[in-house]
Design a protein around this ligand. Structure first.
Ligand code: FES
Length: 166
């Protein structure tokens, strides 16, 4: 990491802007020096929890909810531009919005393709036991990440937050 480099903002992946962010008012969040590369911060506005991450590809802001079962990604690990979820080990590329590793419980991806429950290498594939719980896992969809516009103004990180600001 180059500590002298100026922080920059990563572009929002195509069609992954959060609903209501176009034209939303900018809200000052924190001094960019408080969020060095490799770090994350959770900020809350009403019932909206947002994760700001300073990745190797720039700063991004997304819902602080795993697109699998809503665990706070701010409790996960950021590695470059990949964030890992602490709950079922799903991994997501914050630069592209892509799933890098499906959650261990399997389920549907955003397009509806089924992914089986994860099985350790060299073992027979695990089978979902019958029942409503397994059915719920099988039909749980890993949704797409949604992004909030970010900018840095005179060293302060600002995010476009939809709706009334506190
Ligand atoms: S809630 Fe994040 S991987 Fe399941």
């Amino acid at each position: 990491m180059n500590v002298d480099a100026q922080p920059f903002v990563a572009p929002i992946p195509d069609r992954l802007a959060a609903i209501g962010t176009a034209g939303a008012p900018w809200t000052s969040i924190l001094d960019a020096r408080e969020l060095p590369e490799g770090s994350t911060r959770r900020v809350t506005f009403g019932d909206l929890d947002i994760l700001i991450a300073h990745t190797t590809r720039g700063m991004v802001a997304i819902d602080d909810r795993c697109p699998h079962m809503s665990a706070p990604l701010s409790l996960g690990e950021l590695d470059g531009c990949i964030i890992g979820c602490p709950l079922h080990q799903g991994r997501f590329d914050l630069a592209t919005g892509d799933v890098v590793q499906m959650p261990t419980t399997g389920g549907l991806d955003a397009d509806g393709t089924y992914h089986p429950v994860w099985t350790p290498g060299g073992r027979e594939p695990k089978e979902d036991p019958p029942g409503r719980k397994a059915e719920a896992r099988r039909l749980t969809r890993v949704r797409r990440l949604r992004y909030y516009p970010v900018r840095i103004v005179e060293g302060t990180i600002e995010i476009a937050i939809p709706g009334p600001t506190p």
